[in-house]
Ligand binder design. Structure first.
Ligand code: GTP
Ligand code: MG
Length: 490
């Protein structure tokens, strides 16, 4: 999971040490952690330069620009609230939030956890703890608090009022990373749709919060509940956002149709398909690259891949298939994103074999597996044959590897870095791919070399013999191929 496993492991140790010794770790489980921040300046600038500017109207740009500026994180303090589960789960979650924040380009200064049964409806953290958080924000010189949850609009405002810096939640952070990483037209449209859907119910709250920050002037001078100019503007923005949402949905439907057509033609040609899915940073792109030499972007960052990449590959015995890299998953993937990426994720549901990649060196790989399965079930991919590919075997704890391999029915350990396990993985893919079933015998004239190559690519050639009239072939084929060859069947 971690953007920088070394650094984060150090942090984990620091967290654990503080839990034991530091007086700042109080009975409420409130824990203060120093991260030794080191955001990569250059990379951040680069990413900021890639930032998408939404093609919206002037009025609307005001709103979204403000919203985006709000997300231009610099120095952040992370905050988590946990009720059930263990302290370790809560810490792992905060460490993941830290990796997410760094991926978004910010410098993490500290992380705090509060244990309470239920989040406070008004301020999310209890108000006393929110005050303590305020002190940490001041001491660290932070400009943003990132909450490890999806906050209601009023919780966000409530907390903002206490800590007096901007507060953003996990969902907004993930949306922001997606916005930074989307490259294709479709990916960008999907992310923008998700962002607008996230923004829409928060518009009113945002307006109010702005008025308050402007010293109440914008809202001042008028009776309570009167529809001031702010309200009118919000209505206007809301309408524009809705229009934009419809437009994006329409465009996305068009793009989906195109992709469906391509996919259907691949299906009609009966080229078997393998999908690589899994938690973000598990090494999906690295595995695709090692399997096919595809040269897909590999980064020690969360959500490096957003656009599905499809590559052709071939089994040792010459059968062709496609391999698709997909967007990574994360715990509690914002539902707006699942919706927006549904059509992309459905490709997984439609494949013949799913390589579910998991990072064997992660502290809690099992929880990553279940988070991924939740999303897969949600997009209808639960009945695709799944093989768990435990990656990063080179750095994983052998005991954890053992546990994973024993716990899963179909599992294999590999390392995309060293290549260990890949011979086995290739065999496994070859064994699991559906094979053509129809046995035929054809005599192909010598000018139909094209059909002979189709036979080799899409069917399984059992035996060939060159005769005076042409090539005599015994093969197993798919129904489509059988139809194409009908004229030459003996
Ligand atoms: N040690 C080790 N590191 C690996 C291995 N495979 C991948 N990595 C590293 O893990 C990080 C993530 O790899 P990616 O292939 O980008 O992972 P991904 O699953 O495609 O990630 P997203 O597209 O961001 O969801 C990179 O820094 C890789 O170099 C491995 O077998 N061993
Ligand atoms: Mg990737």
């Amino acid at each position: 999971m971690a953007a920088r496993p070394d650094l984060l492991d150090g942090r984990a140790a620091a967290l654990a040490a503080e839990a034991d010794h530091d007086p700042r770790y109080d009975s409420d489980g409130f824990l203060i952690e120093d991260s030794g921040a080191d955001g990569d300046q250059f990379d951040r600038q680069e990413r900021a330069a890639l930032r998408r500017v939404a093609g919206l109207s002037t009025e609307l740009q005001d709103v979204t620009e403000v919203e985006y500026r709000q997300l231009r994180l610099e120095r952040v303090v992370l905050a988590g609230v946990w009720g059930d589960g263990t302290a370790l789960d809560a810490e792992n979650s905060l460490r993941e939030l830290s990796a997410l924040a760094e991926t978004a380009g910010s410098t993490v200064l500290a992380g705090v956890l509060q244990r309470r049964q239920k989040p406070d409806p008004g301020t999310w953290m209890g108000s006393g703890k929110a005050q303590e958080l305020r002190d940490i924000v001041i001491a660290e010189g932070a400009d943003t608090v990132v909450a490890d949850a999806e906050l209601t609009p009023s919780q966000r405002r409530g907390l903002e009022d206490v800590v007096k810096v901007k507060v953003i939640d996990r969902t907004a952070l993930i949306l922001d990373i997606f916005a930074q990483h989307a490259k294709s037209k479709e990916g960008k449209a999907q992310v923008e749709l998700a962002q607008l859907q996230y923004l829409l119910p928060r518009l009113r709250g945002w307006g109010e919060s702005m008025s308050r920050q402007a010293g109440g002037q914008a809202a001042g001078g008028q009776g309570m509940g009167s529809r001031g100019p702010g309200e009118t503007k919000i209505e206007l923005d809301r309408r524009r956002i809705n229009t934009r949402i419809s437009k994006l949905k329409h465009e996305l439907t068009g793009m989906k149709t195109m992709r469906d057509t391509k996919r259907h033609s691949r299906r009609a040609n009966s080229v078997p398909s393998v999908a690589i899915a899994g938690y973000t940073n598990a090494g999906k792109s690295s595995i695709l690259n090692r399997l096919t030499g595809a040269g897909v972007l590999v980064q020690n960052q969360l959500f490096a891949t957003l656009d599905p990449t499809v590559r052709r590959a071939e089994t040792a015995d010459g059968r062709h298939y496609t391999l698709a890299d997909t967007v990574g998953f994360v715990r509690e993937l914002p539902h707006q994103l699942v919706e927006a990426f549904r059509s992309t994720l459905e490709e997984v549901a439609d494949s013949d074999l799913l390589l579910h990649v998991v990072d064997g060196s992660h502290p809690d790989p099992e929880s990553q597996i279940s988070a991924v399965r939740e999303v897969l079930a949600d997009v209808g991919a639960h009945d695709v044959k799944e093989v768990i590919v435990v990656n990063k075997a080179d750095v994983a704890d052998p005991e954890v590897l053992d546990r994973l391999l024993r716990g899963e029915k179909h599992a294999i350990a590999v390392s995309a870095r060293t290549g260990s396990g890949f011979a086995e993985l290739l065999e496994l893919i070859a064994a699991e791919l559906p094979r053509p079933q129809i046995r035929i015998e054809v005599l192909l004239p010598y000018d139909r070399g094209d059909l002979l190559s189709s036979l080799h690519e899409e069917g399984e050639v059992l035996d060939t013999e060159h005769t005076a009239e042409g090539t005599h072939v015994h093969a197993k084929v798919t129904p489509t191929l059988q139809a194409e060859l009908a004229a030459y069947v003996l």
